[in-house]
Design a protein around this ligand. Sequence first.
Ligand SMILES: Cc1ncc(C[n+]2csc(CCOP(=O)(O)OP(=O)(O)O)c2C)c(N)n1
Ligand SMILES: [Mg+2]
Length: 508
Amino acid sequence: MNGAQALLRTLAGSGVNVCFANPGTSEMHFVAALDTVPELRGVLCLFEGVATGAADGYGRMTASPAAALLHLGPGLANGLANLHNARRASTPLVTVVGDHASYHKRFDAPLESDIDALAGTVSRWVRRPSRAADVGADAAAAIAAAKTPPGQVATLILPADASWSEGGQPAPPAAVRLPSPVAGETVGSAAVALRSGEPCVILLGGTALRRPGLEAASRLAVASGARLLCETFPARHERGAGIPAVDRLAYLAEFAATQLAGTRHLILAGARAPVSFFAYPGLPSSLVPAGCELHVLAEGTDDVPGALAALADLAAPDAKPAAQQPVSQAIPDAELTAETAALVVGALLPEGAIVCDEANTSGLWLPASTAGAPPHDWLTLTGGAIGQCLPLATGAAVACPGRSVFALEADGSAMYTISALWTHAREQLDITTIIFSNRSRVGATRGGDAARSLLDLSRPGIDFTALATGMGVPASRAVTTAEFAAQLRHALAEHGPHLIEAAVPPPW
Ligand SMILES: Cc1ncc(C[n+]2csc(CCOP(=O)(O)OP(=O)(O)O)c2C)c(N)n1
Ligand SMILES: [Mg+2]
């Protein structure tokens, strides 16, 4: 058995069953070994940013890593922005980067580069096995590292000679660290804050945003009057009818400051202390109001839902969670805008949908319009690096084949990783992509013609239906709300990928 075969057997033996791949010559032995390990499904992605974003989507939905197979330093570099988003999402993810044979490196061939340095920017764990005999054990360690709470990116750099040489040995699964239990006194001091009668906010993040954490948090809010908020860009937020609702902390610093104004106790459960996205002259970077005391109930590495449940048993023993009531939206009889499109999405969202949200400025109305829709998961742009949505949807759909996946995508962002559509078609994934085609990058609009030109996507206009059909995804364009609703109904009724280009004006 060679090193590559040992790697694949170790991955499959530890439950890594999918590899999103963009391989080249140095990964040839890995690819050849796929035929001998049928438990590992290779999914071809035509750009590394698609492979890494897909592995992120898969890991968010399964809490178990997929592998992303990348080609040396340049392949890894192409995948970095979505690995950055995965790192911010605390997604378990194993990156395998093929490298030159060890003896070839000193010749400085064209693809030679500092892979370790690149990998270090996003990975909590990096290792380079030097012999085929080490590959299996190092792969098992990579998987355990990826699963270390709350989840992280682990990168295995695989020299071609370690891959092709005989002497490989698959390794059994390595022990995985469990989330740390939260000490009783930490729970007790949060309970004291909740009972103080002073204004409290519980800020939820990470695993607190799944149903058990939300229900415990809701009991606390009901019993103590504390307000609930969640991090601005959650990795995976379970929401909809029957689940306690929680508003996100606003993206714009002045709105977030308003949400938090007057808070005396900020209790963090799986979320970090809030900071503004960018610095603004004269304004503080921290969003914690002056005079507010921070209480860290549970960090990401802790058992966050367990801590919330323990706190609820202590401070809200008799309270019942407040479930979001179902709301059925009507299809609005008005022109197609980002707002009316959001209402249509809210009206038609099926139970169990997985929504990948990179609608950017067009997405402003989505949280409200979908709040009372049937239960669903909402996946956001955790690291702010656009070009994530179409890849993320790819991975979510591979992870959850029975569920309907939505990619709610802004036009400028779509162009970064548009080739994901080809993988949607090739794998016949049940993904409905909605492009909010406002023909602009809204952003800051200060400045003259030269500045405005850099925000304009109308010269030439991008024909998303042509792009999609050119890659095998059936597509249509909607210019009225009725058309949009009809096209969305059709897309949801038919299995497989669809794309709808919604012609909407910029919101401002
Ligand atoms: C990787 C990366 N590059 C650049 C940016 C800066 N950026 C933020 S939004 C945006 C363009 C957004 O345009 P679009 O996706 O059409 O969204 P809209 O503004 O129309 O809502 C850019 C370039 C970013 N966030 N991430
Ligand atoms: Mg746009």
